[in-house]
Design a protein around this ligand. Structure first.
Ligand code: XIL
Length: 348
């Protein structure tokens, strides 16, 4: 009896201590709050359908102040037939962002891998195809005028060797389609920021040199371009923070903004504790580079959590690339980003 009483007492004390501890532990501020103090946008790509999961939706809205459309603005998705647009998924994402005070990065108006079959499976006169593209851009950008912070106007135009890819648009329209796309987007929404977005052009080399030359030429000819997006689908071996900073600096010197637009750091399956630690360090380096290099204004991860990431589908044998695990809980990479944002002293 005496034992039982003292056990009860000890239990009550422990529980009491725990409650006090829990009360004392300050709640962890969301990434978006820390990022805002640093003047940085922190974003994630999302499919509108993922918002049906309450836990996913609440984590997206809690942690991020920017959202990128992972698929819903792509040509083939939003304009699947000549006379039919499907705006519903984009509408869902844009209104979600509005309700949660998040900016929208709309991705992407022109991309060789999102050309709908109704465009591919016939031949086009350049005038005719130009009219289709102009109308498409005017329709989409015009509909969302005032509600989109930034567009990835053209995506992945450059081949790795640093020459323009011979893709559907290039073959049918020649290189002018790039500047036309920017001009038409600007006509439809003069306030939206217009980006050129590219893969594997964040380090220094022939491809990023070619991107630099391309955007410099666009600027020189008065094309309304505001910035360059660096995708950054990378792995744990990435070790080019110095090159990334130099690359951001030279673009900023042209007066352009830089956004890291599709960051993920894929790991071989199953991820080890060591792998997750290296991944955290890579995330830290990318976020620090953006925070500390003037001109870099946004870091977007390509998804919210490992359960909805595109990586396992496109890189079989790899995954675990994002900040939250498949249960939407923070990983070491999340804590690394959190600490980097928290400890950064914004420049006055
Ligand atoms: C990917 C999406 O994540 C997938 O869901 C989709 O099916 C295919 O495209 N570079 C880009 C993005 O610019 O549009 C790609 O997104 C990933 C690579």
């Amino acid at each position: 009896m005496k034992n039982a009483l003292s056990m009860l007492l000890i239990g009550a004390l422990l529980l009491g201590g725990l409650v006090v501890d829990l009360r004392q532990a300050p709640p962890r501020p969301p990434l978006r709050e820390l990022a805002a103090e640093d003047g940085l946008l922190i974003g994630a790509a999302s499919h509108s359908s993922y918002l049906d999961s309450p836990r996913y939706a609440s984590q997206l809205a809690r942690e991020f102040n920017s959202v990128t459309s992972e698929v819903s603005f792509k040509f083939a998705n939003i304009h699947p037939e000549p006379e039919r647009y499907d705006f519903a998924p984009a509408d869902t994402l844009v209104s979600f962002a509005g309700r949660h005070e998040m900016k929208v990065r709309a991705h992407t108006l022109v991309w060789q891998l999102a050309v709908p079959s109704w465009l591919i499976h016939r031949t086009w006169e350049p005038n005719e195809l130009n009219a289709v593209l102009r109308d498409h851009i005017h329709t989409v950008v015009g509909r969302y005028r005032g509600r989109i912070y930034a567009y990835d106007v053209v995506n992945e135009v450059m081949a790795d060797e640093g020459v323009l890819a011979q893709d559907f648009w290039m073959q049918n329209l020649g290189p002018e389609y790039i500047e036309n796309a920017f001009r038409w987007a600007h006509e439809a929404d003069p306030e939206a920021l217009l980006f050129y977005n590219e893969s594997r052009a964040e380090d220094l080399g022939p491809k990023s040199d070619a991107v630099y030359a391309l955007v410099k030429d666009l600027l020189a000819r008065g094309v309304p371009i505001d910035g360059v997006g660096m995708q950054m689908h990378i792995g744990p071996e990435w070790d080019a923070a110095g090159e990334l900073r130099a690359n951001i600096e030279r673009l900023a010197a042209l007066g352009l903004r830089v956004h890291i637009t599709e960051l993920d750091v894929r790991l071989p399956d199953p991820p080890s504790a060591a792998g997750l630690a290296v991944q955290a360090e890579v995330y830290r380096q990318v976020v620090a580079a953006c925070l500390e290099t003037p001109g870099c204004e946004a870091v977007t991860t390509w998804g919210v959590d490992d359960g909805t990431s595109w990586i396992p589908y496109y890189y079989p044998g790899y995954g675990s690339a994002l900040l939250l695990d498949a249960r939407l809980n923070p990983k070491p990479a999340y804590h690394a980003v959190f600490e980097t944002l928290r400890s950064h002293d914004p420049q006055p």
